[in-house]
Design a protein around this ligand. Structure first.
Ligand SMILES: *Cc1c(COP(=O)(O)O)cnc(C)c1O
Ligand SMILES: [Zn+2]
Length: 400
């Protein structure tokens, strides 16, 4: 294993990676660091083509020492679908959609769960808990069951009901919360505090960015995008941003690949897409701030990005500025219109979070921020099948 230590990007403190760790004492998330000089010697990126078509092909850049701890359902290596018909209609013929709907549990959250659960198991953790807007809880419950860990999941009542069913089916302890993900987070905080020293065993907090390894799973999207383009970076990567783990992870992967000499100096411009109903990052980016203020009365149909106070705000804003990227808010009506338009032109039912990215691309192209000849990658972060309410069939006439 090439993992060397954990590092705080805010205050530069380092931590031992061989023990369970949550946040830095300064409150910042911790990042996993590797001996990239040694990885560079050991791995020829063009030889990765012969490896299994899942995210474990980047094994040297992942934080799991022993194969027996790898917990997998075959996640990763999702298709990058050219979408020239829809793309052409909005003036971006080089549009590509990376379809994370094909990942086990129907969302890219499984990437984070696969790596996070594998490492938790390796570090001897027996019981994990987290607040979730649905998909993360479903993924962690599923992978925890496969690893033989207990999982406690706290989920707002408004989260997609399919994700509740996934948690229950995987044997997790599901707590339904009358509130937002931030309320679910406070609930989990109390459970964890109460578990300290309990004979029932301590509970480990795996909330978004409160442990460092979920991010490592999600960063593999960045490696895959570049490898699937023949080790070329696209011009723009567009990401629906809730907690921002995928965006921070892709940014981290790009920096690692640059240090490994696998890509050149120019990084793709990263775009954070949010809903006008919950846009703390867009507001902070526009104001030139380094931190985001909590968003009041958050609501959007794109439930996965309904995160009023993301813990990784600094890292998200840094990723956008470092790559000359931007942040865009789009409204629910436009999201659903683009979801339907894309389905009719390309045949893939997107999740609303993925459709939000198309709305953003359309608006950025109209405003000239994206040029006609640019290669733009949109992440469709989940399966449209998990969101049946986005397609209305109740008003259809019935014959016979
Ligand atoms: C969680 C989620 C997001 C947001 O991901 P973050 O990494 O938290 O920003 C986007 N889309 C879907 C479908 C999700 O489940
Ligand atoms: Zn710190």
């Amino acid at each position: 294993m090439y993992l060397t230590h954990l590092h705080c990007p805010r205050c530069d403190t380092t931590y031992d990676a061989d023990r369970p760790q949550n946040l830095c004492s300064c409150g910042s998330p911790l990042l996993a660091r590797y001996d990239l000089a040694e990885v560079r010697k050991a791995v020829d990126p063009t030889a990765l083509g012969g490896r299994a078509a899942d995210l474990w092909r980047y094994r040297e850049l992942l934080p799991v020492a022993e194969d027996r701890h790898v917990t997998t359902f075959g996640e990763g290596w999702t298709p990058m679908l050219p979408a020239a018909r829809y793309g052409g209609s909005i003036g971006v013929p080089g549009l590509l959609v990376k379809d994370e709907g094909l990942v086990p549990t129907g969302s890219f959250k499984a990437r984070g769960a696969a790596v996070g659960v594998s490492r938790a198991r390796e570090l001897g953790i027996r019981h994990v808990a987290m607040p979730t807007n649905g998909n993360a809880g479903a993924a962690w419950a599923t992978y925890a069951a496969r690893a033989g860990l207990r999982a406690t999941i706290a989920m707002p009542l408004g989260a997609p009901t399919i994700t509740r069913r996934e948690c229950v089916a995987a044997g997790a302890e599901l707590h339904l919360i009358d509130g937002l993900i931030s309320d679910a987070g406070r609930h989990v905080g109390k459970l964890i505090a109460a578990s300290a020293g309990s004979p029932d065993g301590e509970i480990f907090d795996v909330s978004t960015l409160k442990e460092p390894y979920r991010l490592e799973g999600k960063k593999t999207m960045g490696y895959e995008i570049v490898e699937q383009l023949g080790w070329q970076v696209p011009d723009v990567i567009v990401y629906p941003t809730g907690g921002g783990v995928g965006l921070i992870g892709i940014h981290k992967a790009l920096h690692e690949m640059r240090e490994l000499g696998w890509i050149g100096d120019t990084l793709p411009r990263l775009v954070a897409v949010q809903s006008t109903g919950c846009a703390p990052i867009v507001r902070a980016f526009g104001a030139g701030a380094t931190r985001a203020e909590p968003w009041a009365d958050a609501w959007t149909v794109a439930y996965g990005i309904n995160v009023p106070a993301p813990l990784g705000d600094e890292l998200i804003l840094d990723a956008l500025r470092d790559t000359a990227g931007t942040a865009v808010a789009v409204d629910d009506e436009a999201i659903l219109a683009d979801l339907h338009d894309f389905g009719a032109r390309e045949g893939l039912l997107l999740c609303p979070e993925g459709a939000a990215c198309l709305t953003a691309v359309r608006q950025l192209r109209a405003g000239g921020w994206i040029r006609a000849d640019e290669r733009v990658v949109v992440l469709n972060t989940g399966a449209g099948l998990k969101y049946p309410e986005t397609v209305d069939v109740d008003s259809l006439p019935v014959a016979g």
